[in-house]
Write a new protein. Structure first.
Length: 354
């Protein structure tokens, strides 16, 4: 087809042609579905159905007003083309695609009828003698080649003889065709496509099952690792209970040290207040100074012990908080993994049921 034609509708279908030898069987045009399109030639004002397989035009049918597209099953339709001397059949993937193609065929057929009427009107206006002759000839009805109950056209007697002969021949060709064979062949190709889709889906499902099994094994291994970690943390938590007892002992010791330091401070202060009155002799003064130094040294030692105890307590609290955070985090991870494991088991159960 030329570049002056523009596609107005396209779909995909399995293309068939009637066997010219037997006039009964359908011959598939290709192994796979092809693109079938309606084209409009603005230069010649004609509509065509075209389907190309590789570099070969499988369908090249010019639509005329006397053509009719017939649905012979839920997914199969056909029309006769007297110019191409054949009958075309299309097997669709669904009933909806068939209905869309049939509706478009009717629209294009009506457009072709209007285009022919306009062309005839122009011819009559430009040639008065032809107009008078055509009105003097009585029209005769011609039944469409696709069967009774369809549109009727009226032509001049000069064109009736040739078209009637061609129509009768095509009508006979269609009457000899086996409708059941057409339906079976269309259903066969449809079932073949569905079978290929099911096989592909089955392979994909098997691959997903293998992947889920590997993921399940990984989750089980990770869950076991987390359980061991929880057991370690629980044992460490038991150890932390003993640390709690040590903390209480340290707290009690700190309180005692603080009371002792307070008592010593009071004693030092009292000694300082009384040193003037008590230092009557040099020996008493030296003894008091020595005692005061001993008390200050003792006080420094107690303060050092207090600082060490406070540092130990702070480290113990920090370590305990860190362990609690880690236990919480591991518990949350275990909850997520258990939930994912449950989802995978449900998916496997559904897959096994299906």
């Amino acid at each position: 087809f030329s570049c002056r034609e523009q596609p107005i509708f396209s779909t995909r279908a399995h293309v068939f042609q009637i066997d010219p030898a037997t006039k009964r069987n359908w011959i598939p045009a290709s192994k796979h579905a092809l693109t079938v399109s309606y084209f409009y030639d603005a230069t010649r004002n004609v509509y065509r159905i075209i389907s190309v397989g590789g570099t070969k035009a499988i369908i090249n049918s010019t639509i005329t007003p006397n053509m009719t597209f017939t649905k012979t099953s839920q997914k199969f339709g056909q029309w006769a083309d007297s110019r191409a001397n054949t009958v075309y059949g299309l097997g669709f993937a669904s009933e909806q695609h068939l209905s869309q193609f049939a509706e478009k065929f009717q629209e294009v057929k009506e457009a072709a009828r209007l285009a022919r009427e306009k062309s005839q009107d122009k011819t009559e206006l430009t040639n008065p003698a032809l107009s008078i002759t055509s009105h003097q000839v009585l029209p005769s009805p011609i039944i469409s080649s696709n069967g009774p109950g369809e549109d009727k056209l009226f032509r001049s007697q000069s064109a009736d003889v040739e078209i009637t002969t061609e129509k009768e021949r095509l009508k006979k060709m269609l009457s000899e065709g086996s409708v059941s064979e057409v339906q079976w062949e269309a259903e066969f190709f449809s079932l073949q496509d569905n079978n290929n889709k099911l096989v592909a889906a089955l392979h994909e499902a098997n691959a997903n099952v293998d992947q889920w099994k590997k993921q399940l094994a990984a989750y089980q291994e990770e869950t076991e690792t987390l359980r061991q970690r929880v057991a370690e943390l629980e044992s460490q938590g038991a150890h932390d209970s003993s640390s709690e007892n040590n903390k209480e002992e340290l707290s009690q010791t700190l309180e005692e040290l603080e009371l002792l330091i307070k008592a010593k401070d009071e004693e030092i202060q009292m000694l300082k207040n009384q040193k003037c009155s008590r230092w009557e002799t040099e020996g008493e003064r030296e003894e008091t100074l020595q005692k005061l130094q001993e008390l200050e040294t003792r006080n420094a030692e107690l303060e050092q012990r207090l600082q060490l105890a406070e540092q130990t307590l702070a480290e113990t609290l920090s370590e305990r908080e860190k362990i609690q955070n880690e236990v919480t985090k591991v518990a949350e991870i275990m909850d997520v993994k258990i939930f994912e494991l449950s989802e995978i088991r449900q998916g496997l159960a559904k897959l096994v049921e299906s």
